[in-house]
Design a protein around this ligand. Structure first.
Ligand SMILES: Cc1cn([C@H]2C[C@H](O)[C@@H](COP(=O)(O)OP(=O)(O)O[C@H]3O[C@@H](C)C(=O)[C@@H](O)[C@H]3O)O2)c(=O)[nH]c1=O
Length: 177
């Protein structure tokens, strides 16, 4: 696997190295030993899978507050998305900056999202599926989010938004706290 630094310290774009033969291909999604090279030493405790039917849908921007913050490893396994991460670490030089990545079933790219980041995505194709590994359990009482159009972040979404949850639409304005 190739680990590529992003503009946000501690977040990585990971390129798997699929081995192809006449049947198809085989690729790693996670390897404890290889991930030591980026300092990852936490256990994954939950694996999630989501399906989004329509192109243009936005989910996000989500994070869990302390003490339930989590690392996420995200891969698109059907369709295509633009994946967005926001650095929410006040002490970071890239606080409130975001970076976007195209993830697709075809390119097999993986995003490693450290604690202290918000995460979301927009589907670029119908019938898109994502898989996630999480270093912490889902804890709805500690769930929080940044609105997709918060002026403090100004995310440039590539498509018109065709679907978004009520919860995601109604996150309050971001305040430095
Ligand atoms: C995230 C999650 C949701 N749920 C439930 C709550 C709700 O009834 C239903 C759908 O939840 P949501 O609306 O939060 O689903 P969704 O908007 O897809 O949430 C996901 O968004 C992306 C951007 C992420 O980064 C993920 O970590 C997760 O927050 O599933 C669980 O039971 N376990 C979980 O881990």
């Amino acid at each position: 696997m190739e680990f590529i630094k992003t503009t946000l310290d501690g977040a990585y774009l990971i390129l798997p190295e699929p081995k192809s033969d006449s049947r198809g291909w085989f690729a790693r999604f996670f390897c404890k030993e290889e991930f030591k090279t980026i300092g990852h030493n936490k256990e994954w405790v939950q694996m999630n899978h989501s399906f989004t039917s329509a192109k243009g849908t936005v989910r996000g921007m989500h994070f869990q507050r302390q003490p339930h913050s989590e690392i996420k490893l995200v891969r698109c396994i059907a369709g295509k998305i633009v994946d967005v991460i926001i650095d929410l670490r006040p002490e970071s030089p890239t606080f409130k900056k975001y970076q976007a990545f195209e993830l697709s079933a075809q390119n097999k790219h993986i995003i490693y999202i450290p604690e202290g980041f918000a995460h979301g995505f927009q589907t670029l194709e119908d019938n898109t599926e994502l898989i996630y590994l999480h270093s912490n359990y889902y804890n709805p009482e500690f769930e929080s989010g940044i609105r997709h159009n918060d002026p403090a972040i100004s995310i440039n979404w590539p498509l018109e938004i065709t679907n978004i949850s009520e919860r995601d639409l109604n996150f309050p304005d971001f305040q430095d706290k």
